[in-house]
Design a protein around this ligand. Structure first.
Ligand code: UDP
Length: 312
């Protein structure tokens, strides 16, 4: 769902000279909307680790305090329960927008968009220049069109209000802290295999996705924010897998006796998805480092602990 809001404040609390955002040296004060979520909490860890002060704004619709509890008591960390569709007054240097759109005036603003802007793509792999193939009235179009609108608004803020903006198009991402039961394929397969239930493959399982480990994404987001480039940039791992191949990797990693149960697929499911990351490699000098086979065990360890906790 998309709503707009205003985050108001000044970049230079001391007043006077305005330091160009790109040249500002850490430590900075940074807002992460959606910072209690899966990707957000990993991003917060990285920013805190490098010495910045971080304010998380999260309404906990899908975010979880457990993702941040290790930071409670850290003087450089603050957590605000707040829905970003309501205005909030804060003085910060940068905003990573992982929740909903906001319209700051003097900050650098990074929108986390999505590979879903390409819809069920007719171009493969997908380059940033591809305008996409989205069914505007389909069951998943609220997400796709919502993010497309967010990109439009972000560019309008840039052109109209001269907001310094960044747009990342995030491809399928997995890793520790992912919601266990929100129905994504990697989390479903891993949780199912750990619970000794069959892995549910939708359709014939020949549709493809390209899975990136969360730390690669977080590196990409920070690199993009710090760069001189607006984007959009695809951030994803070009390693492409069918859902059947993914089930095989999960089986190898979690339980060699895991089985598959075929279920009907949802409408408008994209048949294939793979990022062309040439642009990010060239302009951001960024590329993912962790393959699915390397990253999956790290997620499995986290899921194993959480699923055992549930059973206590
Ligand atoms: N999928 C599946 N089994 C599941 C959940 C998803 O086979 O238990 C398939 C789904 O049909 C889609 C792919 O996995 O083709 C990726 O789905 P997900 O919701 O993880 O990501 P998205 O479709 O948003 O890329």
């Amino acid at each position: 769902a998309i709503s707009t809001s205003t985050v108001i404040g000044r970049t230079n609390p001391g007043g006077g000279r305005r330091v160009p955002v790109g040249l500002r040296k850490p430590p900075m004060r940074i807002v992460v909307t959606g910072g209690a979520g899966f990707v957000g909490s990993h991003l917060v860890d990285k920013l805190i680790a490098r010495g910045d002060s971080v304010i998380v704004i999260d309404n906990f619709f899908t975010g979880r305090k457990e993702n941040l509890v290790h930071l409670f008591g850290n003087p450089r960390f603050e957590l605000i329960r707040h829905d970003v569709i309501e205005p909030i007054l804060l003085e910060v240097d940068q905003i990573y927008h992982l929740a909903c759109p906001a319209s700051p005036v003097h900050y650098k603003f990074l929108l986390t968009s999505t590979s879903e802007v390409y819809g069920d793509p007719l171009e493969h792999p997908q380059k940033e220049t591809y305008w996409g193939h989205v069914n505007p009235i389909g069951v998943r179009s609220c997400y796709d069109e919502g993010k497309r609108t967010a990109e439009t608004l972000t560019m309008d803020y840039h052109r109209g209000a001269e907001v310094e903006v960044r747009i990342a198009r995030i491809f399928n991402t997995y890793g520790p802290r992912m919601c266990i039961d929100d129905g994504r394929v990697v989390s479903n397969f891993v949780a199912q295999a750990l619970r000794r239930q069959p892995m549910t493959v939708y359709g014939d399982g020949k549709q493809t996705r390209s899975f990136q480990f969360v730390s690669d994404l977080v590196d990409g987001l920070v690199t993009l924010m710090e760069s001189e480039h607006i984007g959009p940039f695809n951030l994803g791992n070009p390693g492409e897998f069918t859902m059947l191949e993914l089930a095989e990797v999960v089986k190898e990693t979690v339980d060699p006796s895991a089985t598959i149960d075929f279920k009907p697929n949802t409408a408008d499911d994209p048949h294939m998805r793979k990022p062309d990351i040439t642009k990010a490699m060239e302009f951001l000098n960024w590329a993912p480092k962790i393959s699915l086979r390397e990253g999956l065990p790290l997620m499995v360890n986290d899921f194993r602990k959480r699923i055992l906790d549930e059973q206590k």
